[in-house]
Write a protein that binds this ligand. Sequence first.
Ligand code: HEM
Length: 294
Amino acid sequence: MSESSQTLDNHTVKATTIPGGKAAQSHSLQIQHIPTMREFAFTPLIRIFHWTRFLSILILIATGFYIAWPFLMSPKSTDVLVQGWLRFGHLICGFLFSGITIVRCYLFLFSKDNSERRSLKDALRKDRWIAQIKAYIFLGKPDEKAGLYGPMQLVTYAVFYTCSLVMVFTGLALYAHVYHQGLGGLIYEPSTWLVKAVGGLANLRNLHHYFTWVFIVFLFLHVYLAIWTGLRFKKAAVDAIISGYDYHTEEHLSVAAALSEQLSKKQEQTDSQNANTPKTKTPKIDTSNTDTQK
Ligand code: HEM
């Protein structure tokens, strides 16, 4: 039996023996210290909403396609339980999805924390668009953002939310035309307006069906870009939406420090120009929570 030994020598890992009695090889792997700045990005509520919505979209796509094509039932069968349970699942997730979509729209517009709204500042600036596109095509470095999302990300999310609202309204109108009691009865009258606007119930159903593809494309794009961004920019990686914290590397730390210095200088200039004005606090980058990651 071959033996293998591993020594952990102050960040250096060495593998010294090779199984099977072959000629011994050794290699060392240097583990670097990467100083990082930890920044709180997503509250627990936002993270719970994110993962609940992710799960509900997956179930909505699967059950929705089954509603459209109930392939498990033979044409002559009277057993409608499969369809019934899957419809039930679709509706539970549909209402969950509707609730989260509406609350998230509200939070974007009115929440106390304006980190999402601040992204609008970047989206309205041409130089920020150019900087982001250049970074994406490997022609530039990632730029510091005013808010949580870059301009392209914000536009993608705006399209996603618009499509989500289309699904919510068409879904609720379909629900009201299938279930006439309770909530269905309550929203029946207003939903007839939407049915007329799209030219009938069949068109409404088609609309609801076609928009499903937007979510399928979005899911792939979103997961791919989340992983890619983490690898390319060494920040805003997938773990941020799990732990809530975003880690910035040393490079970002120095960009942030430079920005902080610029702001301090500006503040000093303003203060000296207007000596009578009471001094305001200079925004400083808090590096006290600078962690050392292995
Ligand atoms: C991302 C979200 C959603 C996706 C991907 C989705 C997908 C689908 C699909 C593919 C169908 C089949 C349409 C067809 O017959 O061709 C369907 C049907 C249906 N959806 Fe959704 N849906 C979503 C959200 C909702 C919401 C929010 C509701 C309302 C609460 C809803 C309620 C319904 C109802 C009632 C039907 C059945 C319509 C009928 O009986 O013909 N859906 N959905």
